[in-house]
Design a protein around this ligand. Structure first.
Ligand code: AMP
Length: 401
């Protein structure tokens, strides 16, 4: 079955076409500036040097999806003869709340639920819904599946997800830890088990998804038992521009001092904090590392603060699982940042984590990077959320035939 995977944001959209018979990627692309001047689609046909850029007005997500479908069947740049070749569409949906612990075939009832869940993910779910609606208009007979970022974390026990606030806020408003990046954590945990040739049932794994957004998960016997992101993707690690864990009183203190509204404070914590906020340089680790090498002390401090937080979560999750078999690094920083993996793993020998500094000199491909005498196997595993979405999509469509 050929599957189109859609990851729809408010003004951009990423897509992939996969042939799931051999799990081969056929094409991928990106639409940017939806609803703005200068909307553009960049389409890449895999296995050729063909990178096609087409600037065309896309006032809404419907025109954006139209352009994606045109690109996929384009005689020169496309990978399908016509749309009927497409067996299903898999949509990444950020928030599935407590209702969706698994992916689901989309119908009107599901769309109503997603709409209700927009309250919990106002920046993400509305855009995901726009993408789904636009696809439904253009492909009314093609089955669509929603794959949720939160679903994998629904196995967490209550002690991991309940906040120490009055319990009524959980009951009335669903205020609890949900966790995000679930598709990525699940994918790399599955790969770790395959690479080590040990059943997930017999493994304790910590997965570190370190990208612009970053989270750590504790996975015991294949099930997530804790994760660092919370009610929203703001909690946990220090991120590109997000602050992660802070004393909650800081928000009222700064907003009073600076006369900021709740919305402005939220913007600061989401867009102006993290490694950008500490360094004052950039949200990109490459820029911060370059500055640190030139002797910039705030850049050096930024890297230390980031690593400190990852290490603290690793320690906490080892305690929660009473041990660790595999530590996995993934996403932009996790896959590429040799120096950061080194700082994170440095001097953790007492926890069984011994990085091999030579094997660690690798980027962007699957590898075991621990020393032979390391009780914990440390791994670099590039994430592949799209493949995971496509797998779930095929699975759900076949089950519902
Ligand atoms: P992601 O959100 O997973 O796409 O990760 C994006 C982030 O990965 C970028 O903002 C960079 O901070 C980081 N990154 C990508 N390549 C490198 C690299 N070679 N060295 C250090 N950091 C990198």
């Amino acid at each position: 079955m050929k599957v189109l995977v859609i990851n729809c944001g408010s003004s951009s959209l990423k897509y992939q076409v996969l042939d799931m018979d051999g799990e081969n990627l056929l094409a991928k692309g990106l639409v940017e500036r939806i609803g703005m001047d200068g909307s553009v689609i960049t389409h890449t046909k895999i296995g050729s040097d063909d990178k096609w850029k087409n600037e065309v007005p896309m006032p809404t997500h419907k025109e954006a999806i139209e352009q994606v479908l045109n690109a996929i069947v384009d005689p020169e740049h496309g990978v399908l003869h016509d749309m009927s070749e497409l067996g299903a569409v898999g949509h990444r949906v950020v928030h599935g709340g407590e209702r969706y612990a698994n992916s689901v075939l989309i119908d009107e009832k599901v769309l109503t639920h997603l709409d209700e869940l927009s309250e919990l993910a106002p920046l993400h779910n509305p855009a995901n819904i726009l993408g789904i609606r636009a696809c439904q208009k253009l492909m009314p007979n093609t089955p669509m599946v929603a794959v949720f970022d939160t679903a994998f974390h629904q196995t967490m026990p209550a002690e991991s997800y309940i906040y120490a606030l009055p319990y009524e806020y959980y009951e009335k408003y669903g205020v609890r830890r949900y966790g995000f990046h679930g598709t990525s954590h699940k994918y790399v945990a599955d790969r770790a088990s395959k690479i080590m040739n040990v059943s997930l049932d017999d493994m304790k794994i910590i997965t570190c998804h370190l990208g612009n957004g970053a989270s750590v998960s504790a996975i015991k016997r294949g099930k997530c038992i804790d994760t660092s992101m919370g009610f929203t993707p703001l909690e946990g690690l220090v991120m590109g521009t997000r602050c992660g864990d802070i004393d909650p009183s800081i928000t009222t203190y700064i907003s009073e001092k600076e006369n900021l509204s709740a919305e402005q404070m939220n913007e600061i914590m989401n867009k102006k904090s993290g490694v950008l906020g500490i360094s004052g340089i950039s949200s990109d680790f490459r820029d911060i590392e370059a500055a640190a090498e030139e002797g910039n002390e705030r850049a050096q401090l930024t890297l230390k603060v980031f690593a400190h937080k990852v290490r603290a979560y690793i320690g906490a999750f080892i305690a929660e699982m009473n041990g660790l078999d595999a530590l996995v690094f993934t996403a932009g920083v996790g896959e590429n940042d040799i120096a950061m993996r080194d700082i994170i793993c440095n001097d953790l020998g007492n926890l069984g984590i011994k990085l091999d500094l030579v094997k660690n000199k690798i980027r962007g491909r699957e590898a075991i990077i621990s020393r032979d005498d390391s009780p914990v196997t440390i791994m670099l595993i590039p994430t592949n959320e799209e493949l995971m979405i496509a797998r779930d999509t095929v699975d759900i469509v076949e089950k519902n035939r």
